[in-house]
Write a protein that binds this ligand. Structure first.
Ligand SMILES: Cc1cc2nc3c(=O)[nH]c(=O)nc-3n(C[C@H](O)[C@H](O)[C@H](O)COP(=O)(O)O)c2cc1C
Length: 128
C-alpha cells in the first residue's frame, strides 16, 4: 500500500498532494486529520511548505514521530515561493531515523500550482 500525507495552510501543498494521490489511486490525507500512520506503507509521499523560512512545527513533529517500521520509503514534495528547505530538512530528520528517502522530490512554485498538476500525477506514478 502507498500513501500521501501533507501539511498545508493555504491549499497549495494540498492541491499537489491530491494530484500525486490521484496518480497513484489513493486519497491524500492531511497530517492534521490523521497525525500518525495507521497501516504499513510501501511508499509514503510526504509534503509541506516553508513559512517564514521554517516548515510548520506540525510537519516537523510528524517526521520526527514517524514510525520507521511502518514505511519502506519516503518520497518528498514541497511548494513555496523560492525555498526548497522543507524537503532538505525533512530528509535530514528522516534519514537520521534510518528511514529511506528518495533522492528525487517534487517541487511546485506557489504561483504555478495548477500548471504542475499533471506533472505531480506523473511524479506519483513514477515513484511507486
Ligand atoms: C507567512 C508566510 C511565510 C512564507 N515564507 C516563505 C519563505 O520563507 N520561503 C518561501 O520560499 N516561501 C514562503 N512562503 C510561501 C509559501 O511557502 C507558499 O505559499 C506555499 O505554497 C504555501 O503552501 P500551502 O498553501 O500548502 O500552505 C510563505 C508564505 C506565508 C503565508
Amino acid at each position: 500500500m502507498n500513501a500521501v500525507r501533507y501539511f498545508s495552510k493555504s491549499g497549495n501543498t494540498k492541491t499537489i498532494a491530491e494530484a500525486i494521490a490521484e496518480g497513484i489511486n489513493v486519497k491524500a490525507v492531511s497530517i492534521t486529520d490523521e497525525p500518525a500512520l495507521k497501516e504499513d506503507v510501501d511508499v509514503l509521499f510526504l509534503g509541506g511548505a516553508p513559512y517564514a523560512n521554517i516548515m510548520a512545527p506540525e510537519l516537523k513533529q510528524y517526521a520526527e514521530n514517524l514510525d520507521k517500521t511502518k514505511v519502506k520509503k519516503v518520497v518528498l514534495f514541497t511548494t513555496s515561493n523560492w525555498s526548497r528547505r522543507t524537503v532538505l530538512t525533512l530528509k535530514k530528520i528522516l534519514q537520521k531515523k534510518g528511514i529511506t528517502v528518495a533522492e528525487d522530490y517534487f517541487y511546485a512554485h506557489m504561483l504555478h500550482i495548477k500548471g504542475r498538476i499533471e506533472a505531480a500525477k506523473a511524479f506519483g506514478q513514477k515513484h511507486i
